[in-house]
Design a protein around this ligand. Structure first.
Ligand SMILES: Nc1ncnc2c1ncn2[C@@H]1O[C@H](COP(=O)(O)OP(=O)(O)OP(=O)(O)O)[C@@H](O)[C@H]1O
Length: 255
């Protein structure tokens, strides 16, 4: 549900450029990317290895500073913010879900979900924590430690933690990369529900066409540039597009 103009974008990148290294070893990770992620939508970011997906996510989340261009979250410009301001923005307005779950092993599920609230200096909101653990189907596991839970359950705790503060956007980096297919589908279904039922905005980096098919739209990167998009992606249409982008890259490399 893209809206006209940019005002409906939870996150927007304009002309974002990011290089690593200098001189002969310079790598252009993002070569001027302009893309908006509309509020209440689920986008998959895809592309070959090294195409700039993680760099895009890091720049969008204020974890990395672009060399040029601008990034806005809910219309607030990130470029030029101090490290303290960025830390506060990430804590208050952004949720993260990683491939490796990244739960604190000495804290139970409830305590892990409370971490962002504690970091923000707020008293954990018990009703909110119970509600998000319920949403991810873990109401009866709230006292379990990460070591007592399966990978899928740990990722569900991580999703509850990301949802807990009601962020403007959740960035998910290969959230199903460490899960088997049926567990991955459950986790993707929860992300889909968060978009459909709560209007959450989600941006997910993935290599997996099946995972991308849960998104409203897949965007494709190649060589640090946008290389197209697919609305209502299916596993087949995504796989076909990935193959085409790979072939296109090989032709560029052969020149
Ligand atoms: N810290 C860094 N220092 C130097 N080069 C980097 C750094 N991070 C990324 N790069 C380079 O920038 C380019 C884009 O990397 P990026 O990790 O964004 O790609 P990706 O699409 O996420 O790849 P993958 O799918 O393999 O995770 C690559 O050529 C990579 O080697």
């Amino acid at each position: 549900m893209d809206r006209p103009g940019n005002e409906g974008d939870a996150v927007r990148l304009e002309g974002v450029r990011k290089t690593y290294g200098a001189g002969d070893s310079e790598v252009v990770a993002l070569a001027g990317v302009t893309v908006g992620f509309a509020q209440g939508t689920f986008t998959a970011v895809m592309g070959p290895s090294g195409s700039g997906k993680s760099t895009l996510l890091h720049c969008a989340a204020g974890l990395d500073q672009p060399d040029a261009g601008s990034v806005t979250i809910e219309g607030v410009e990130l470029t030029g913010m101090s490290e303290n301001e960025l830390t506060k923005l990430r804590r208050d307005r952004i949720g993260f879900v990683f491939q490796a779950f990244n739960l604190l092993p000495a804290l139970n599920a409830t305590q892990n979900v409370a971490v962002p609230m504690r970091l923000a200096g707020r008293k954990p909101d018990a009703a909110r924590i119970e509600s998000v653990l319920g949403k991810v189907g873990l109401a009866n596991r709230r006292d379990h430690m990460p070591g007592q839970m399966s990978g899928g359950q740990q990722q569900r705790v991580a999703i509850a933690r990301a949802l807990a503060t009601g962020p403007a956007v959740i960035f998910a980096d290969e959230p199903t990369g460490a899960l088997d297919t049926s567990t991955a589908r459950e986790v993707l279904g929860l992300l889909r529900d968060a978009v459909d039922k709560d209007g959450q905005t989600i941006v997910m980096v993935t290599h997996d066409p099946m995972a991308a098919s849960y998104a409203d739209k897949a965007i494709f990167l190649a060589d640090g540039r946008l290389a197209g998009e697919l609305r209502s992606p299916t596993p087949d249409s995504v796989a076909e597009r990935m193959t085409r982008i790979g072939a296109w890259q090989e032709r560029v490399a052969a020149r």
